[in-house]
Design a protein around this ligand. Structure first.
Ligand SMILES: *[C@@H]1O[C@H](CO)[C@@H](O)[C@H](O)[C@H]1NC(C)=O
Ligand SMILES: *[C@@H]1O[C@H](CO)[C@@H](O)[C@H](O)[C@H]1NC(C)=O
Length: 859
């Protein structure tokens, strides 16, 4: 019997198909991981050096939270590194007098104010359209007053002309609150330093256009230092394009996720190991990622295009204490690749003929360029070309299916029903797991493959079972409908100018070609689909589909651990079912290949597999030591009431949080409340407890536990943390009051005030909201800068109630372990709680532990 005969039974067909499908999947996985570029005799990027810098910053110096002593140490270290680079530059020029090379170093100090809207207006709208079914309880708007530093190195050919148009590279030295920031962003700092070394040491290299390396010293406090550079640095106006190096994960290939001009995409096409798709670009710009980088400041204040590139793999450890582990565990060649890609970009963009000078006339508009990396190749073409190619493919697909045209509507119905069936049944599993069994997020610790393990059987089951609802349909008609629908989707989505249409186009290639080959070569009789058509079409599309599915899940699965109380199971089920169906489109015609009895058998077997996987996942723990729960804990001393509380919040919807808080309460709260059931608090504009994290506090579900009073304790903060009004002038005739609010906060950092007022004028910007409103103003400044001021003119002559809060510079566990005595009672409680949590949860919780001081005052 020939393999092309449809008479081969289900079992034998699957036996032939399975290894091919597996091969497609494995090729995709291999493609997604690592490769090293060949060596040359020129100076090379040194991964060992880069990781050495990152290790020094994240382990020897440690937690570099803006405003802390460690942050100041990193600043000093960075100045030394920059000066050393400059001396090396001078040495090289002395040895080779003909070399046109100049290195200049700045340490910028300055203060400024800026407004930060969480994710920007457009993204908020997108969100409220319930992409993530989230309703944000906050306005998400905060003003930041900062007093900070930057370290800047410029390499040029030493001429004015060479400095006129420059490329900017950016990374940040600071780390976020609970993390030593090895990947985010010390590795990028190391890469920039190593690029400087390689460029200077490369014989005869001279930049036709200058390159500016900005080692910015405050990103995590809300992009304050990049704002400072963009608005105040004397050479900022020469910047024509920016490359921002970031991390939203801890390992893996670095992803190009924002590209804002065609010239810059073109430049990116020259890197040795590209990893960027317009798909990531579209997803990021839709706002569902809820993240943001310095890139926004450069776009906004320098008005330049650029590339935003980040390490995105294993983001379980992102912004976590164990972040330093990436230094030893990272698959090493990723850092090497990122260094080499960055170096290639610098060399290309500073060479003669670079598009950099042309970008002086840059106009901000969405680049109409499709781009993606596929099987180690980087492809790019214009939207106009895309429309032509996709249109031609669609017409060819129609032409090819002409013979089966009469039955096409039924074929199309089968395919659409299959997709809906997949989405519904994966979501049904999600609902049962989360609400029926109370086992939500069971895949979390297992990562993206675990999510596939739970939802893929249901996805396939839904796709096949839904076909039982339809009348028997001709296999070939369904097969060709798949091809037509993919090609049509590519055309329609591209006509809407969404470049992600490429996803459907890419799928169309193996599908269309398999149909074509079937008709021309494989099939022995008209109207027949050969098994070879499945072998070719489905194996290749499974490979392409996996290349979309894996990175998407790699980003979104860990993200559910910090998205707040969202229906995480449904989000992940929907992703797996849509992208899974896209990776296995030929499952639907295959369902019609052997008649209803075989289809029923397949459905029964798949149901059993789906149930078994649910049973297995229901026994899994959500978190483990390398996939921890994020817990946010504040020890808060209220100087107005003299009370001390523990504030505890989580940022995920996994089961068990209430029980954990109950246990903590029984262990740590004052005896009077230890027995009581803790009550969750409401997070909104008026919940001042979490103002230190505003506006990200929107994602927290908080509890509050009262701690016992200590009769012998007198708070040192009552006198030192002060808000006072100076230059206080009341204009009775106009009904207004003008004053300067002075905030003194020795020993406290990241101070935030919130208040209700109708502000008529302030020194934050030129248009305060034209009504009575709640305002949040935050300070981010360098170590030992202990006072800030805010000029206000308000409608009304009375006093204003201010909430104020700050973090103790020396009460952050474990960042300040070495000086824990200085942290007072806060540090004692945090240390005990950390040890207790570790013991109780078996190391599956990563807690951010901070001592805060707050109060209220009428000024
Ligand atoms: C401190 O106590 C005052 C008075 O009860 C209260 O209004 C304020 O919200 C408390 N501050 C914080 C941050 O909890
Ligand atoms: C001040 O508030 C009052 C009452 O809300 C309003 O009528 C008046 O227009 C406001 N004044 C200014 C200058 O906006």
């Amino acid at each position: 019997m020939s393999i092309s005969s449809p008479k081969w039974g289900l079992g034998r067909s699957l036996l032939v198909l399975s290894p091919c499908l597996l091969a497609g999947f494995l090729v995709a996985l291999r493609e997604h991981y690592c490769a090293i570029n060949p060596r040359t005799n020129l100076p090379q990027i040194s991964e060992a050096r880069i990781l050495g810098y990152a290790k020094y910053l994240s382990e020897d110096i440690g937690y570099r939270t803006v405003g802390t002593h460690e942050h100041a140490l990193a600043d000093t270290w960075m100045v030394q590194q920059a000066e050393e680079a400059r001396r090396n530059c001078e040495r090289v020029v002395n040895q080779d007098k003909g070399r046109k090379l100049q290195c200049e170093v700045w340490r910028q100090e300055g203060s400024g104010t800026h407004r930060f809207d969480m994710m920007g207006e457009a993204a908020l709208q997108e969100l409220s359209k319930c992409v993530l079914l989230l309703s944000l309880p906050l306005t998400g708007r905060v003003f930041i007053l900062s007093d900070l530093t930057n370290i800047v190195v410029r390499i040029s050919d030493g001429t004015d002309a060479g400095k006129e148009h420059a490329l900017l590279l950016n990374s940040h030295l600071d780390s976020t609150l609970p993390s030593p920031g090895a990947a985010d962003d010390a590795i990028s700092v190391g890469i920039m330093l190593d690029c400087i070394r390689v460029l200077v040491d490369t014989p005869a290299w001279s930049p036709a256009h200058a390159v500016i390396f900005l080692f910015n010293n405050a990103e995590e406090s809300l992009q304050d230092a990049s704002h400072l550079f963009s608005t105040q640095h004397p050479i900022a106006h020469t910047v024509r394009a920016v490359i921002n190096l970031e991390a939203a994960g801890t390992t893996g290939r670095e992803l190009l996720f924002q590209a804002t001009s065609e010239e810059m995409v073109e430049a990116y096409s020259h890197v040795p190991r590209p990893f960027g798709t317009i798909f990531a670009n579209d997803v990021f710009n839709s706002g569902v990622m809820l993240s943001d980088t310095d890139f926004r400041q450069f776009e906004e204040y320098l008005d330049v295009p650029g590339l935003d590139i980040a390490i995105v793999g294993n983001s379980y450890l992102y912004h976590m204490r164990k972040n330093f582990l990436v230094i030893t565990r990272a698959n090493r060649c990723f850092t090497q690749n990122m260094g080499e890609n960055t170096l290639a970009l610098i060399k290309y963009l500073t060479a003669p003929g670079s598009p950099i000078p042309k970008l002086a006339n840059f106009e901000r508009k969405k680049p109409h360029l499709v781009f993606y990396s596929l099987l180690s190749h980087f492809l790019m073409y214009r939207f106009s070309t895309a429309k032509l190619i996709y249109g031609a493919l669609f017409l060819s697909a129609l032409r090819l299916t002409r013979s089966v045209w009469s039955g096409q509507p039924r074929g199309i119905l089968a395919v659409v029903t299959g997709l809906l069936g997949s989405i519904l049944s994966a979501n049904a599993v999600a609902l049962i797991m989360q609400h029926g069994l109370g086992k939500g997020m069971s895949w979390f610790a297992g990562g993206h493959f675990a999510a596939i393990g739970l939802y893929a059987p249901a996805t396939l089951l839904g796709g096949l079972a839904s076909q039982l609802l339809l009348r028997t349909t001709d296999e070939k008609t369904v097969f060709s409908s798949v091809v037509i629908l993919q090609a049509a989707a590519a055309v329609v989505v591209q006509l809407l100018n969404v470049g992600s249409a490429a996803m459907f186009f890419i799928a169309s290639i193996p599908l269309f070609s398999s149909l074509l080959l079937n008709n021309l070569v494989f099939a022995t009789r008209a109207g027949e689909v050969s098994l070879w058509a499945y072998v070719w079409g489905q194996s290749v599309q499974l490979m392409f589909g996996t290349l979309f599915l894996i990175p998407t899940l790699e980003v979104f699965v860990p993200l559910t651990g910090r998205l707040g109380n969202v229906p995480a199971d449904n989000i992940v089920a929907t992703l797996v079912s849509i992208l899974g169906a896209q990776a296995m489109p030929l499952a639907i015609p295959f369902a019609h290949r052997f008649g209803r009895n075989s289809l029923r058998q397949m459905v029964i077997v798949l149901s059993a597999i789906a149930l078994a996987s649910m049973a297995i996942y229901a026994r899994k723990e959500v978190f483990d030591e390398m996939h921890q729960k994020r817990l946010f804990v504040l020890h808060l001393e209220n100087v107005t009431t003299n009370e001390r509380h523990l504030h505890i919040a989580s940022a995920d919807g996994a089961p068990g949080f209430h029980e954990l808080v109950t246990d903590i309460s029984a262990q740590f709260s004052s005896p009077s409340v230890a027995e009581a059931d803790p009550v969750p608090l409401i997070m909104n504009e008026y919940n001042a407890d979490w103002d230190s994290l505003y506006p990200f506090s929107a994602f927290l579900s908080p509890y509050k536990i009262e701690l016992s009073k200590d009769a012998h304790y007198t708070s040192p903060w009552t006198k030192s943390f002060r808000l006072v009004a100076t230059n206080d002038v009341v204009d009775l005739a106009a009904g207004t009051r003008s004053f300067t609010l002075q905030v003194d906060h020795p020993g406290l950092i990241w101070t935030v005030i919130s208040f209700d007022a109708h502000v008529l004028k302030w020194n934050l910007d030129n248009n305060p909201p034209a009504e009575y409103a709640r305002h949040h103003v935050k300070e981010a400044s360098f170590y030992k800068i202990d006072t800030w001021r805010l000029d206000l003119v308000v409608n009304g002559t009375g006093g204003i109630l201010f909430n104020f809060i700050g973090m103790q510079e020396n009460a952050m566990w474990p960042g300040k372990k070495a000086v824990k005595a200085q942290g007072g009672p806060a540090m004692q409680v945090l240390e005990n709680l950390d040890a207790w949590l570790d013991e109780k949860t078996g190391g599956t919780v990563d807690a951010m532990l901070i001592g805060c001081v707050a109060g209220t005052v009428v000024v």
